[in-house]
Design a protein around this ligand. Structure first.
Ligand code: NDP
Length: 256
């Protein structure tokens, strides 16, 4: 008799090194745990060291390997240092998941320069910084998987999310461009656009808005962080070698 684990995607990432930004909670934590379960050594990145430690400890307690690197993903110098430290420690980078992200929602007439800049820096600049810092190592090895977490807001737009939608649409443009730049080196670059996923980010919407969201989503529920992590695992796998420059939407039919 098979159990539900037997029916899950089986991917072996033994001897691979994966980097996950925003690994302290939510979707990033689920991704880090999934890549760890698949056998990758996981570098967990976010600002909150205690929370990062919880993620790393969970990977290690399941028999995996993990290290934490507390850092602000918007800081170019720190990102460079962290990427150097990872390569010093583990000598390679196979999978890079750019997941860290924030919202600072408000309508455009009320949006401050700071709200615009913070969201663009955290959600988009960070993807550029990590990609630039990691790409040479991947190209030298002629292997790599870059997976960028965008959003359906980057495809559809969303009132109150001018900064966020712009950052997420920017990720899609960057993904497609880098994919074309490095496809010949066997490095793939793809984006995932989650719809509404149950995490602290969507908890902040409150129960009334969440109920409205559930009515709008054809699947009539929020997605789970695990469902996003499962898609990351596929894109990180050998099976996805010919998939690059693509945008995979995981939204219960919201954009169908
Ligand atoms: P959470 O708010 O739960 O987690 C965000 C993560 O990003 C945390 O680990 C946080 O860590 C990290 N982070 C934020 N700012 C920085 C920073 N300056 N430096 C380093 N790390 C940072 O969000 P979710 O898990 O819900 O979202 C993860 C990604 O998925 C985001 O990019 C989000 O835009 C995207 N997404 C989410 C959806 C959803 O419905 N939840 C839908 C579509 C896309 P710390 O605070 O410790 O630094």
């Amino acid at each position: 008799m098979s159990n539900s684990n037997d029916r899950r995607l089986q991917v072996d990432l033994t001897d691979q090194v994966a980097i996950v930004t925003g690994a302290s909670r939510g979707i990033g934590k689920a991704i880090a745990l999934e890549l760890g379960r698949a056998g990758a050594k996981v570098a967990c990145i976010a600002r909150n060291e205690d929370k990062l430690k919880e993620t790393a400890d969970e990977i290690i307690s399941c028999g995996g390997t993990a290290a934490l690197f507390a850092c602000d993903v918007t800081n170019s110098e720190t990102v460079g240092q962290v990427m150097d430290a990872i390569v010093d420690q583990w000598e390679q980078i196979d999978v890079l998941v750019n997941n860290a992200g924030i919202t600072r929602d408000t309508l455009i007439p009320r949006m401050s320069d700071e709200e615009w800049d913070d969201v663009i820096a955290t959600n988009l600049r960070s993807v550029f910084l990590f990609t630039r810092a990691g790409i040479q190592t991947m190209m030298r090895k002629r292997y790599g998987r870059i997976i960028n977490i965008s959003s359906v807001s980057g495809i559809m737009g969303n009132p109150g999310q001018g900064n966020y939608s712009a950052s997420k649409a920017g990720i899609i443009g960057l993904t497609r461009t880098v994919a074309r730049e490095i496809a010949g080196r066997k490095v793939t670059v793809n984006a995932i656009c989650p719809g509404f996923i149950a995490t602290e980010m969507t908890d902040a919407l409150g129960p009334a808005v969440q109920d409205e969201v559930k009515k709008r989503v054809p699947a009539k529920r929020l997605g789970t962080a695990q469902e996003v992590a499962d898609a990351v695992l596929y894109l990180a796998s050998e099976s996805a070698a010919y998939v690059t420059g693509q945008v995979l939407t995981i939204d219960g039919g919201l954009t169908a």
